[in-house]
Design a protein around this ligand. Structure first.
Ligand code: GAL
Length: 888
């Protein structure tokens, strides 16, 4: 019997997720998810259904995924140990036109909340309605700027009226759908405003009055659950205030009656076009979380648990990229980012084991263990009558390990780490010891629908990428004013006042008459005249007589662009572009886009020409946008012509082709590295802006060390490479064949080199030593409570698991002994159990997941007596329907 428990594998587990998902989502039809319960709080914690709770929350923004992705994201959050899902509400998506509401598709908020409830998770709904969130205009709809007399986020009647109307609408919607906890729904907490404390000073007394108004307005809606204002030290007594940041263990709420809440634990960071990619190591993130619960925290939310994608033109800015991956535990496509996801899952399991003790004690007992080491102990009477005790031992030294004595036992604490002792004795988890597997995402060229290929062939194909299509059509976008709905006006108008953000693009055209004398003057001076603008954002392209003179990129920067005129009349065209509207800061309504300050043409014989005094013709957007040539319905109406490969392409061109969907169920991306800058649509769905801009050259050199306080410049990657090359195309937007892909390219690019690829966790690595703590799944909460823990006799385990629908197709490396190196670069050391590979292969091959005990017994003998041994494994995962790797 022992054999099967030591090296166990559970193929039936692959069947579990769909069955569980089916059972869990049944209540969607039936209506209520919980027996109605109330939520209140005391100084220690939220009180859910009469009990203090230690809660872990996962941030997921519903419109950053598709409804088809939601169930899997929620399931994986729950599996990872979340009790709560947290989301903002995105006003601009729900009310794009004043008074016209949208709660469909990715904006089907009711459906999202119901899915959370049917998974029996709670929901924290952050209505805002200002949300920041790297979302276009911080979530405000553009029409809000045009409300007469409006000033955002202050004591201003027109703003308050619109804000109240929207917040009421959302609360009513939730109440009508019976989604509050007291109705049997999942909503346990709400949020009004967002980090207003950061900007409050800019608004003086009116800011203070606004905080009071927002609080009483929210409370007046009778939602029946607590409201939060995050980063709001003057939050009124009956509103919770909360911390946001990389660390919140020192946070003290503004009243002794309020619990310690952490609404945003930044587990990664967002990315700018031209910026490097952020990475927050799992060890440091776990350290921050453990410290938080250690020092009295009771609710912590990962911002983000799943970041997702800024589809369409939803990304904020300026200059935030289309991916909102965030280095979150679930990546942009919803795949687990390992070891982050798994390490946090283990952490949550350890915290859950401590929960009986954590909720019993009103405050921890503090014990200093060394100069940089401390313990916090929670003990008291357990619910079942017995005594409960949990302790956190921290070593906040950034460099050295520490040996501490606690309760008569010795403990080794790695630098910058916390050990969690759910019974005040045994270590269930240490934040710096990662037992979870590492996954390496592999990106494969789309498989030919003509039949499956072997792993080997596939990897050859990776170098020899197959492009999406050999047949492309092109259409030239007119340079300049193209249609009838243009208009002429005196002077330079503010960009957003004209576009209302219906498009990124605004054309301005004027006529410049250049005399013979001017031309002689330019020649004599040896300098061309220049367009000179005091301040502009985000992108300006200058054309003379339809020829591009140059472009300027920046955020409120000076633009100086030399231009070449001919004698006589010249068309001067200025194209201003936005790349995501401002989402943070005070006075957003005044920010605007396009130009600020003086705009001149310099270098003329008779002095500068003031461009703001001229008459300009304006045109919003592109002709192709107006004609919707990216949609399945309208694209055929445009005059496309076939594109020859290797012919050089011109700027401002639309491209289209049809392509087959990659086989299988893995997430699909389009590789647009061969393109310049523009936007892309698949079957009419706007997949986002693309831009092959290169990331900053420097900043990625230092090796990533988890120790010490994190900031977003630490551990970055991808310097000197294009910031984003892969663009997510959700599976549900694809059909098996003839998918319409349309791109609008502003500069130059080669569509013939566009490929469709699939992303999967193709490689798994795991490394666990004999001295690691026993697997958390074998710790029984009941045994703690009863004081009968027998965990000493259980050996540690290495757990490997492929994504659903995938199986371990091969074990590439396995060594029980003293293996060296790291994932993808392992080698055997002096000590090596000769049967390592066969034992691991036997346990894991062709299965979705497997557990391997790290012990001499599991490997049939001790390969080197007296030496501490480690098991290191590298495995490959492949789609389970693909049996070719087994030789079929
Ligand atoms: C916070 C804000 C979030 C998000 C985050 C950075 O300050 O509340 O909405 O913008 O920063 O990702």
């Amino acid at each position: 019997m022992a054999e099967s428990t030591r090296v166990s594998s559970l193929p039936w587990r692959t069947l579990l997720p769909p069955i569980i998902a089916f059972l869990l989502f049944l209540p969607i039809v039936s209506g209520s998810y919980f027996k109605p319960f109330n939520v209140s709080y005391d100084h220690r914690a939220l009180i859910v259904a009469g009990k203090r709770r230690m809660l872990v929350s996962a941030g997921i923004h519903y419109p950053r995924a598709t409804p088809e992705m939601w169930p899997d994201l929620i399931t994986k959050s729950k599996e990872g140990g979340a009790d709560v899902i947290q989301t903002y509400v995105f006003w601009s998506g729900h009310e794009p036109v004043k008074g016209q509401y949208n709660f469909e598709g990715r904006y089907d908020l009711v459906k999202f909340v119901k899915l959370v409830g049917s998974s029996r998770l709670y929901l924290h709904l952050r209505i805002g309605p200002y949300v920041c969130a790297e979302w276009n205009f911080g979530g405000f709809p553009l029409w809000l700027r045009d409300v007469h007399g409006i000033q955002f986020r202050t004591d201003n009647e027109p703003f308050k009226k619109e804000m109240q109307k929207f917040v009421t609408k959302i609360v009513d919607l939730m109440r009508e759908a019976k989604l509050f906890c007291w109705q049997g729904g999942p909503i346990i907490m709400l949020q009004i405003e967002n980090e207003y404390g950061d900007v409050e000073k800019s608004y003086g007394q009116k800011g203070k009055d606004y905080v009071k108004w927002a609080a009483s307005m929210a409370l007046g809606l009778g939602a029946g659950v607590p409201w939060v204002m995050c980063k709001q030290t003057d939050a009124p007594e009956n509103i919770l205030d909360a911390c946001n940041g990389y660390y919140c263990d020192g946070f003290k709420p503004n009243s002794k009656t309020k619990p310690v809440l952490w609404t945003e634990n930044w587990d990664g960071w967002y990315t700018r076009w031209g910026g490097s990619l952020p990475h927050r190591p799992a060890e440091d993130l776990a350290f921050a979380v453990a410290r938080f619960y250690q020092r009295g925290g009771s609710f912590q939310n990962y911002y983000m648990y799943f970041g997702g994608t800024n589809f369409g033109r939803t990304s904020g800015g300026p200059f935030y990229i289309t991916s909102y991956d965030y280095d979150a535990p679930l990546d942009e496509y919803g795949l687990k980012s390992e070891p982050k996801w798994g390490h946090l899952k283990d952490l949550h399991a350890a915290i859950k084991l401590c929960e009986p003790a954590l909720v019993t004690a009103d405050a921890p007992q503090y014990r200093k263990l060394g100069s940089n080491q401390e313990a916090h102990i929670y003990h008291g009477d357990g619910e079942a009558g017995g005594k409960v005790c949990a302790a956190f031992l921290a070593n906040i030294d950034e460099h050295k390990s520490a040996y501490v004595k606690f309760n008569g036992q010795s403990y080794t604490l790695p630098p910058w780490s916390v050990s969690i002792l759910p019974d005040c004795r045994h270590v269930a988890f240490n934040t710096a010891k990662v037992g979870a597997q590492t996954s390496v995402k592999t990106v494969e060229s789309a498989r030919s629908p003509l039949g499956s290929m072997s792993i080997l062939q596939k990897s050859v194909r990776q170098d020899n990428v197959s492009y999406i299509s050999k047949s492309w059509m092109a259409l030239q976008e007119p340079i300049g004013i193209w249609g009838e709905n243009n208009f002429t006006s005196q002077g330079l108008l503010e960009h957003l006042n004209v576009t209302k953000d219906r498009s990124d693009y605004l054309w301005h055209r004027t006529r410049i008459n250049v005399s013979e004398d001017d031309i002689t003057f330019f020649k004599k001076n040896g300098a061309n005249p220049t367009v000179s603008i005091d301040s502009m954002r985000d992108l300006l392209r200058v054309f003379v007589n339809k020829q591009l003179s140059g472009s300027v990129v920046g955020h409120w920067v000076k633009a100086v662009q030399p231009v070449r005129f001919v004698q006589g009349n010249n068309d001067l065209l200025l194209l201003t572009q936005t790349v995501g509207l401002q989402n943070y800061g005070a006075f957003l309504e005044k920010d605007g886009a396009g130009f600020r300050g003086k705009a001149r043409l310099t270098g003329f014989k008779n002095g500068d020409i003031d461009l703001s005094k001229l008459s300009w013709t304006y045109q919003v957007g592109l002709k192709g946008e107006a004609e919707k040539i990216y949609t399945v319905e309208h694209n055929e109406k445009a005059a496309w012509s076939a594109l020859e490969p290797n012919v050089s392409t011109s700027i401002f061109t639309w491209y289209k082709t049809y392509f087959d969907s990659p086989e299988g169920t893995d997430p699909v991306v389009l590789d647009l590295e061969s393109m310049g800058k523009g936007q892309a649509w698949v079957n009419g769905h706007h997949i986002g802006r693309y831009w092959s801009i290169i990331s900053q050259k420097d900043g990625c050199e230092k090796p990533c060390d988890y120790r010490g306080a994190y900031n977003s410049d630490k551990c970055t990657t991808n310097c000197g490479k294009p910031t984003q090359t892969r663009y997510h195309v959700p599976r549900s937007w694809l059909k098996p064949s003839s998918n319409l892909l349309v791109l609008f390219e502003e500069t130059r690019g080669n569509p013939f080199k566009i490929s469709a690829k699939t992303v999967t966790a193709g490689i798994l690595c795991g490394q666990v030593s004999e001295s690691h703590y026993p697997p958390l799944r074998k710790w029984s909460k009941q045994e703690f409570i009863n004081g009968t823990m027998s965990i000493n006799s259980v050996a540690p385990e290495l757990h490997l698991h492929c994504e659903d629908g995938h199986v371990i197709s091969s074990i590439e490396f396995a060594s029980y002994g003293t293996p060296r190196g790291s994932c993808e670069r392992y080698s055997t050391g002096k000590c090596h159990a000769s049967k390592s590979l066969s034992i691991v292969s036997e346990a894991c091959q062709a299965r979705n997941n497997c557990f391997i005990e790290v012990s001499n017994t599991a490997f049939h003998s001790d390969p080197c007596r007296g030496t501490s041994k480690t098991l290191a494994v590298m495995a490959r995962c492949s789609p389970s329907q693909d049996r070719s790797y087994l030789g079929f």
